[in-house]
Design a protein around this ligand. Structure first.
Ligand SMILES: Nc1ncnc2c1ncn2[C@@H]1O[C@H](COP(=O)(O)OP(=O)(O)OP(=O)(O)O)[C@@H](O)[C@H]1O
Ligand SMILES: Nc1ncnc2c1ncn2[C@@H]1O[C@H](COP(=O)(O)OP(=O)(O)OP(=O)(O)O)[C@@H](O)[C@H]1O
Ligand SMILES: [Mg+2]
Ligand SMILES: [Mg+2]
Lengths: 165, 165, 165, 165
């Protein structure tokens, strides 16, 4: 198993610290419409380095920070942490657990941290490339997108194959 | 690079056929290069023939058949370019019960080497998972995660799912 | 109730005469993926005068004629009949039951019949305009299209409103 | 014509709000003209606020919330421009059980003056119908229609649905 857990704090509809413990095998997420399931999926894409707000169903990246409700005020920072197992040292970091964290402040400031050390976005992405996650553009299949895998024009389809090559 | 592409194309074509036959219980697929002589610019056409039917362009298939064909392609890509974890958001939405069952079998097989997080409204998919999370919004607009135990009997599970929904 | 029944013969996956008896209220159609449910929806659109094959998930209009299977040969004509109640004479025909039939031959020849009399496509469409069906572009909501109702660009959306005006 | 458009716009906006509040159990909507001074060219923006959440552009809603909002708009159009019959193909695909229940109540109310044909994989939707048709493909590639009686008990019905699926 590679992922140990994902932690959300202030990300979209998760104002309170939320820990998703990953296990080996299949984990299913259920719940009513609008309760936050796809937001968890967005959180993983975001901490993996997604830079296009539209890929996260947002207009501006600031939209991923918890915006408040009728009874709760908004917060000023969104944070997602991905904790990975590294006993086999498949990641280029010499520790058995690797923690990757991304923060976005309402001011627009961004932070990327690996094991609590500030790094550049590029360094963070490099780590994921080595896991094979960065290379496979299809590790995350968003809601409603499965049909588009076939619907694309012939030229777009070749992109799918080129990425696999 | 043209050779790499050709190799990837052939590998994906082989796996696509295998995955399709598994999910459809038969039938066949074809991947065609629109321009075999201009490999680096050629588009790609998909054809699928569910068991007993005629080979046709995938645009003529039913909604569920297209979804299942897309899933076949997705898992073919996973075979050619494995990912340590895969996050799938409601890829079962268009599938009938029997096809969901076959999808779950496929996920179970892949889950030996891959961590899956699947978001679903489908009780059969949820029943096929080893771990079950529920997300609720008891407080409007605020998401909370609940770990639902996976009980032995299906009836208890439906009761838990009903509690979440 | 306006529609009494729809009859399919040689249309898409219905090589044998099939009668769908409409009633007042809600009729539900169920069945496995690819069994022919959306083909019935296409049949109604077609007999209402749809001229764009792509709106019927076909590449050419000829594609709506039953194309055969591994064990059955194809047929040379597709026919759909719509039978409507006209006791209130809301339709501009002086009979209490109005039968509208459309045929397409593999040769490319088309026939439109009202109460077994050959008419022009324009006459057939005129009948439907009076029912209010022709005017409401949303009497038939195809599979997968409900989301597009909102997804359209602002200019496309105004079309929706203009048609209602 | 500009007046007609304005009238239609206002009518639809009123009905859209009413339908939305019914299906969401509260909340509110806004329809905005992007250019109120150029009525005949203006685009239209949709905003929706599910109960307890913030008003936002519909692109930020969940998959199921968007589907339900689209259904609200569709039925608002039916109110402003009634159709004697409506054919709906799997509009419930993205909805959870509770929302399907509210959709069925709405269909039932409209069905007093409108004939509905709904294609569905959802047992709750099928249970809400007064007439139930099944389509099978016992012979591969050949569709057959079966009229399923609608029995009193839900268990018998699920058995019939299971037979068809
Ligand atoms: N920045 C934010 N602050 C607060 N709430 C947000 C924010 N971004 C999104 N949301 C809310 O999250 C909800 C959508 O959550 P999500 O898409 O995860 O639902 P879902 O569980 O996947 O539902 P479905 O089953 O319909 O797909 C929306 O109601 C939206 O208002
Ligand atoms: N001209 C034709 N001749 C024979 N078969 C056809 C023809 N046109 C379409 N079909 C077949 O009809 C099937 C699709 O049927 P349809 O779209 O009605 O399925 P469906 O019941 O709506 O399924 P789903 O639940 O997946 O949406 C396809 O398998 C296709 O091969
Ligand atoms: Mg979702
Ligand atoms: Mg269909």
């Amino acid at each position: 198993a590679l992922i140990k857990r994902v932690e959300l704090l202030g990300f979209k509809s998760f104002p309170e610290r939320t820990v998703v413990d990953f296990s080996a095998g299949i984990s299913a997420v259920v719940g009513p419409n609008g309760c936050g399931k796809s937001n968890v999926v967005d959180a993983v894409r975001w901490v993996l380095g997604e830079q296009n707000p539209r890929a996260l169903r947002a207009e501006r990246m600031e939209d991923v920070i918890f915006g408040g409700t009728e009874s709760r005020s908004r917060v000023s920072v969104a944070e997602v942490t991905l904790v990975m197992d590294n006993h086999d040292r498949s990641l280029p970091v010499d520790v058995s657990e690797v923690e990757v964290r991304r923060r976005l402040y309402r001011s627009g400031e961004s932070e990327y941290l690996v094991n609590r050390q500030v790094v550049r976005l590029r360094d963070m992405r490099e780590i994921f490339l080595d896991t094979g996650v960065g290379k496979n553009a299809y590790s995350v299949m968003e809601q409603g997108r499965i049909d588009l895998l076939l619907a694309a024009k012939p030229e777009e389809r070749r992109q799918v194959f080129e990425e696999a090559a | 690079s043209s050779t790499l592409f050709r190799q990837a194309f052939d590998d994906i074509r082989t796996e696509f056929q295998a995955m399709f036959r598994r999910l459809f219980g038969g039938g066949r697929t074809e991947l065609k290069l629109t321009d075999p002589d201009a490999l680096l610019e050629s588009g790609i056409e998909f054809y699928a023939q569910p068991p007993g039917k005629k080979l046709e362009n995938i645009t003529l298939l039913s909604g569920g058949e297209r979804a299942l064909t897309a899933v076949s392609l997705l898992f073919a890509l996973y075979r050619v370019r494995p990912s340590p974890f895969c996050i799938l958001d409601e890829i079962d939405a268009a599938l009938d019960d029997e096809n969901v069952g076959r999808l779950v079998e496929l996920l179970t097989e892949f889950s030996a080497d891959t961590q899956f997080l699947v978001v679903t409204h489908n009780k059969r998919t949820a029943a096929g998972a080893s771990h079950l999370f529920g997300i609720t919004m008891e407080e409007q607009g605020v998401s909370r995660l609940v770990t639902l135990r996976l009980p032995a009997s299906e009836r208890a599970e439906e009761r838990e799912l009903a509690e979440v929904h």
